[in-house]
Ligand binder design. Structure first.
Ligand SMILES: C[S@@+](CC[C@H](N)C(=O)[O-])C[C@H]1O[C@@H](n2cnc3c(N)ncnc32)[C@H](O)[C@@H]1O
Length: 284
């Protein structure tokens, strides 16, 4: 058995990455702290700008050797530090996309002295031109009305109509609000729909996805559900307990997984540190 495969280590990613052999990872899919003052039970989202960017550069340099030559990297960011971090990554990789995740935030309240931020900025980077990318796995089916409108004989058997259209770089997917069935107790949990799209497109079946900042374990869960392997790290023991509960029940309805996760969370809650003020309304 490979000791690091299908494991999330409850430890600092920078220390733990030494466990992962170089050139063993198909996809790095990560959602690091944004430095917006979020409370993850640690100080990772409350650093000075200089420290945050220096730390980001350190983990990027520790992670990239782990990627295979045809591997890819997706990174969730916000507008605040995406410019600086994209420049770091563009010095080391080729940027393929800036994906905008429209979190479908309802039009209530928001900023009064600027425009309300309702999106995440996601970077998609590759190491080499022959990177793995399975477009057919992520095509979006045409709706019934479009198919009907194209029902004339010249369209019969048209591949594009049957297989669906290519996803664009604007992804409109609801954030996981408090009542959402998938939601567990993590402040910036990402929707499976988004993470699964990235895994299907950029990790071959049976391949390995690495997420150094697992949070509630969405990346690991997506990999497991889709027949890929995973590896990763999470600093907060309470989140490690949540992700273990999610991984133990990958197929059960998310609401049930949430209840099971609650018991594990209560057990591990002692490990959490008090909350700090975050920048309201930014990033989920
Ligand atoms: C933005 S959240 C990830 C959320 C995740 N994508 C999800 O869907 O739940 C970032 C996570 O990184 C963790 N973290 C921060 N610094 C870390 C470090 N040095 N090593 C490992 N995990 C760390 C935080 O505790 C937090 O849970």
């Amino acid at each position: 058995m490979t000791p690091w495969l299908d494991q999330v280590f409850c430890e600092d990613a920078l220390a733990g990455l030494a466990r992962i052999p170089d050139g063993s990872i198909d996809l790095v899919l990560t959602d690091p702290p944004y430095n917006l003052g979020k409370d993850y039970g640690n100080a990772s989202d409350r650093q000075s700008v200089e420290d945050y960017l220096a730390w980001t550069e350190r983990w990027i340099d520790a992670v990239l050797p782990k990627l295979k030559d045809n591997g890819s990297l997706y990174i969730f960011l916000t507008w605040r530090y995406a410019p600086e971090i994209f420049v770091m990554l563009k010095r080391r990789m080729t940027m393929m996309n800036e994906i905008i995740w429209d979190r479908r935030v309802p039009s209530m309240g928001g900023s009064t002295r600027s425009f309300s931020s309702v999106h995440d900025t996601i970077g998609f980077f590759v190491k080499r031109k022959d990177y793995y990318f399975d477009l057919d796995a992520v095509r979006i089916p045409y709706d019934a009305a479009t198919k009907k409108a194209r029902s004339r004989s010249i369209f019969v058997g048209a591949k594009w109509l049957e297989v669906g259209y290519n996803p664009k770089d604007l992804w409109s997917v609801s954030r996981l609000h408090r009542e959402h069935a998938e939601r567990v107790d993590h402040p910036t949990q990402k929707p499976l729909e988004i993470i699964e799209r990235m895994v299907k497109a950029s990790c071959p079946p049976g391949g390995v996805v690495l997420d150094p900042f697992m949070g509630s374990g969405t990346t690991a869960l997506a990999a497991k559900r889709l027949g890929r392997h995973y590896a990763g790290f999470e600093l907060n023991p309470a989140y490690c307990a949540i992700l273990e509960a999610r991984l133990a029940a990958p197929e059960v309805p998310p609401t049930l997984a949430k209840k099971r996760g609650a018991a594990a969370r209560r057990k591990a809650a002692a490990a959490a540190v008090p909350a700090a003020a975050a920048i309201p309304g930014e990033a989920t």
